[in-house]
Design a binder for this molecule. Sequence first.
Ligand code: GDP
Length: 443
Amino acid sequence: NGIEAMKLDNTPRATSKNLEVLKEYEKAEKKNEANFVVIGHVDAGKSTMMGRLLYDLDVVDQRTIDRYRKDAEKMGKSSFALAWVLDQGTEERSRGVTIDIAMNKFATSKTKFIILDAPGHKDFVPNMIAGAAQADFAVLVIDASTGSFESGLQGQTKEHALLVRSMGVQRIIVAVNKLDTINWSQDRFDEISQQTSAFLLSANFQKKNITFIPCSGLQGDNIVRKSTEAVFTSWYTGPTLVEELDNSEPVLRALEKPLRMTIADIFRGGVQNPLSVSGRLDAGSLQTGDALLAQPSGEKCYIKSIDLDEQPVPWAVAGQHITLHLADIDPIHLKIGDVLSSPASPIKNAESFTAKILAFGFLMPMKVDVHRGRVHVPGRVKRLVGTLDKTTGDLVKGKKPRVVKPGMVARVVVDLDAQVPLESGMRVVLRDEGETVGSGVVE
Ligand code: GDP
């Protein structure tokens, strides 16, 4: 079907207007843009909280919520209505977990946000990795109810926090959730904050980049509106979650770097646009008429047109989530996770790379699944070059290690079973049998 449509696509190729995109961007009216990932243990209340956020910001209308409430009541799970705002699609609903990285957008007067939602289920860490690779900061949701904080710490809370940090995320907002279940106790909030803070510091987050927001996603206290619970307001006068999100410093984008865009989704078979791809521009800029190189296939194509927020635009820059309508390429050459770059400074494919890896488990010459954004490829740790000093990053002299223990950082050589577009600075995660063994950066 898509291929048939391609053949019928006789529209003349758009020619580049040769705009100076960065100058155009300077002139344009713009808001701060921020992408964040939501992490935390399963059932911590991530989906409910984000649903509440979207609802209270009027991103979702009352009718939609009413419909979800009715559906949820029929299933005997009325509290799920808010979570469904995020988990559109019936498959996710009946299973009650968020599966894909649903992209939800909202804006405050200062900032345009994209929520890269992270599912809490154990098998879904690869999705979270993809989200974290594009996140400017993370919201860690913690269930403050009795016993839950402790089991969360044993569960995914720590793994998620370590992963996002090793993916380059520096700022973390900790939403201490479900305070309604513990009568808005300041003591409990303080205790949780202290323990979490100690852990986050040990995971290499800097103190100035960690904040704690007490709240209830289900009731909507301190998410968008201030709480009206007297017990709570007697000790808390700080920012709401959305005020804290808005505190984000404008993120510096790699505007001047060579163009890089990882394909997050592919759409085929449209009448006007038989082949379209969406994703975030990781670096650089592009405009209508530009030639692109797709890797790993090495095929060239052209940009027919560009959409930003469902509107056609003449150009786009790093940090923006866009849809590109493409011409002159057979769809078999494009897959989710492929990287588009400019033929003048293309990204190269690699079958082997050296990386600086923080070990989560025991790391040794072994088979691993190598995750880079949404792609994962089987491979193996070929060689341990040596362990690195955590503060200086220097190679520790002496005997080569035969195994790297959890918590240590090492330089390793990894071989891949397939060609993967890779370059220095990219983040990779090594997993084995569904467990994360290490995570780090390509050298
Ligand atoms: P997720 O797995 O982290 O996305 O968690 P969900 O959003 O699906 O929530 C898990 C359960 O906790 C659901 O039954 C929610 O209704 C409940 N829940 C979420 N937030 C709150 C809250 O602030 N207070 C209370 N009492 N329950 C909550």
